[in-house]
Ligand binder design. Structure first.
Ligand code: DWN
Length: 419
């Protein structure tokens, strides 16, 4: 059962198995949407805030948001672009190459990306000489992708849109969803859509941050309104029960603090064998870690509450010593950390970000100004807090000059440290 209030839905049943035993794990407070960056004139307006609570389904083990914000509020105009990080773009290039070795692609093959954003991933497939098509709900991104030469249908992926797309463009050999499946409320409907749009021997690949890494590395700031689901393999296997598709292989990689790539095929298809060994190994790892037990999640919540206290103590010590602290990477997760920890311009003077669309704006809820990366060299702060911890290597390497001149970096996750 769903309850809707002002762009907000409260869930009472698990979105995969409909189990009614949902236990709240952590409440990160009422927060603005994580990509809701503000212009100067927006600063005086009232900002909507929405509860940010995750709950755990004791039946299928899906960790999921308790409250869902209307997708149009979050995705109609979307400021995040994947091409803002070299590491991510390189990851995409390797993904395209590895897909080409799994399933031979040629100029007739169609590759479709669900949540294709600025077309960064599809550009890698286009470079292999195949036909590509994007699907994305953001009006601004459809235009940016077009400038990158990537045709994109504007819309939310479901079986209706899938059918329309299949009629116009034909069936796809590969369908991709990197970091977007967690954005989709009706997962059964999404798989139905994939089934409609995918060719007989096609492959569906989904990749997303893995819940085991989230728990293990305390990556609490990846919990936000855009991410409705934090999947375990067990929960996905449950999802596949009602679908025409099945998981035939699974791989872990280290993008975004630890991600998982899941390969799907038609149950009736013959192209790929199910890699039972990999599937069983990961299920075994999940069980051993305690992913199916409530207490693992309450321990995680305790660690995050402790992290908040330790972090705020450290920052307060630095401020008492008149240290100047700025942020690096106005990521969605930066806004979760800032709002949950209650930090604003009294602590963080500004944040730098390579995304041109974010520069000149202010962070939602905390109103910290965002500048281009070179600002660091005009002001020489004592400390740079890396919010985009998933790219800390790239960021530290890029700012070797700052570090060599005595500048220090702070990382809150996976553990609080000063570099
Ligand atoms: O799932 C999602 C992920 C993939 O992307 C979305 N729901 C939203 C978004 O999350 P995010 O904003 O936390 O993503 P990133 O890719 O971790 O954001 C990194 C931020 O840091 C970007 O705004 C770009 C910025 N950056 C920078 O300014 N200089 C990044 C690098 C590597 C740099 O050198």
């Amino acid at each position: 059962m769903l309850t809707t209030v002002n762009n907000l839905i409260e869930i009472k049943k698990c979105r995969i198995c409909e189990g009614a035993e949902l236990f709240d794990v952590i409440d990160l407070g009422d927060q603005p949407i994580p990509n809701g960056f503000l212009s100067k004139k927006d600063l005086t307006k009232k900002e909507p805030r929405y509860p940010l609570i995750v709950c755990f389904c004791s039946n299928c083990s899906l960790l999921q948001l308790r409250y869902l914000v209307n997708p149009e509020v979050m995705f109609k105009n979307y400021l995040y672009i994947p091409s803002s990080s070299k590491t991510r773009v390189e990851h995409f290039r390797k993904l395209a190459e590895s897909m080409n070795s799994i399933i031979k692609l040629d100029d007739k093959s169609l590759v479709i990306d669900i949540g294709s954003n600025d077309g960064s991933l599809l550009i890698c497939f286009r470079n292999l000489g195949v036909r590509v098509l994007g699907i994305d709900p953001a009006e601004n991104l459809v235009k940016i992708a077009a400038l990158n030469g990537i045709e994109t249908i504007r819309g939310y992926f479901d079986s209706k849109l899938a059918l329309k797309t299949a009629r116009r463009y034909g069936k796809a050999k590969i369908i991709l969803s990197t970091n977007t499946i967690a954005h989709i409320p009706n997962l059964h409907e999404a798989l139905k859509g994939v089934s409609v749009l995918m060719g007989k021997e096609g492959i569906f690949v989904m990749q997303f941050p893995y819940v085991m890494d989230l728990l293990d590395k305390n990556l609490f700031d990846t919990i936000y309104h855009e991410h409705l689901s934090y999947f375990s393999l067990k929960s996905l296997l449950k999802l596949s029960e009602k679908s025409e598709l099945e998981i035939f292989d699974i791989e872990r990689n280290d993008l975004d603090g630890g991600a998982i790539r899941v390969f799907w095929k038609r149950k009736a298809g013959t192209l790929n064998k199910v890699n039972k060994k990999n599937i069983n190994r990961i299920l075994e790892e999940e069980k051993k870690y305690g992913l199916y037990e409530k207490k693992t999640y309450s321990k995680f919540a305790d660690r995050i509450k402790t992290l908040k206290i330790t972090f705020l103590q450290k920052i307060s010590d630095l401020k008492k010593n008149k240290k100047k602290i700025v942020g690096y990477g106005a990521a969605a997760k930066a806004n979760v950390l800032l709002n949950y920890f209650g930090l604003d311009t009294k602590t963080i003077d500004y944040i730098v970000d390579s995304t041109p669309y974010k520069q000149g704006l202010f962070t939602p809820g905390t109103h910290i100004p965002i500048y281009s990366e070179d600002k660091i060299y005009n002001t020489i702060p004592d400390y740079v807090l890396i919010f985009a911890w998933n790219f800390s290597k790239e960021i530290i390497q890029k700012n070797k000059k700052y570090k060599d001149n005595g500048g220090k970096f702070i990382l809150a996750e996976p553990k609080l440290q000063i570099i």
